[in-house]
Design a protein. Sequence first.
Length: 353
Amino acid sequence: MSKTVLIVGASGIVGSAAASRFVAEGWRVAGLARRPTAQEGVEPVAADLQDRASLEAALKDLAPTHLVLATWQRRDTEAEMIRVNGAMVAGVLDVLRPQKSLRHAALVTGLKHYLGPFEAYGKGTLPQTPFREEQGRLPVENFYYAQEDALFAAAERDGFSWSVHRPHTIIGKAVGNAMNMGTTLACYATLCREKGELFVFPGSAAQWNGLTDMTDARLLARHLLWASTEPKAENLAFNVVNGDVFRWSWMWGRLAEWFGIEAAPFDGTHRPLEPRMAGDGPLWAEIAKRHNLAEPDLTKLASPWHTDADLGRPIEVVTDMGRSRRLGFTAYEPTDDAFFDLFAQLRADRLIP
């Protein structure tokens, strides 16, 4: 039976990796974005998820068997995040409903399922780590819950299976992505080298000393493909991480070494990245001009606010992958290798010097 996957958010850090994986496995892949980027083997679909007419016109001739929902939009309040992001998931599923072709839909959310939304990030009483999928929702508003509820309602109504995927901080390439620690740290390291400054850890003592984990976008893509085709994975939520754990006190020096710079000793002081990079746009533009880089606008590469949110958490965050392992997903990616692979790709694509 032929298989067609529609990837919503195909130009993003998760969507682009998922598109590459599904293409490599011989699927017909359609990639939906407001401004689709060219990707080998992917049919571009241009649509605005908040414009029903735009969405209907773009999808009228497409009958996907599988769906990957890997997009969200940031708003000033969680109430607005819930309204906008819940409606986007519901809207796509409503528009696809008349085709009656959908067999499985996979939704990508994240560990804010356990940590709470940006407005209450890492605050209050949190579940014990490692986070496990059977831990319930927090008693706070959260746009991830709204997205899940829209998915669950449509699946029950229309008879397709679903999976929810909760990665930790994602390592991968996507220009213009709102949450991109890997590229943000690459830009920060490049600026430190340019200015002759030490590579200062911008996070908390809890993050420096505690255990943590991360998610390579390529591994997440493999997990999305696996859950979309494995009957045992139907109608379940999954944590998705690389499979190793580390401490930033170990990782930070390794990242500095890759860029040929020196890591500063950590004295326990929290030094957020966003204010320290706020004035670096003109210098980045100079670096880009000198090295003929593809993107001179630092704001399209770096998202220091999100890196600060992750590295500034006052608690240890580690994630259990037991549910996937028990069902047969055994892929693994060392996190330092994930960073190094990304840095090499950014350099090859002329995004960093």
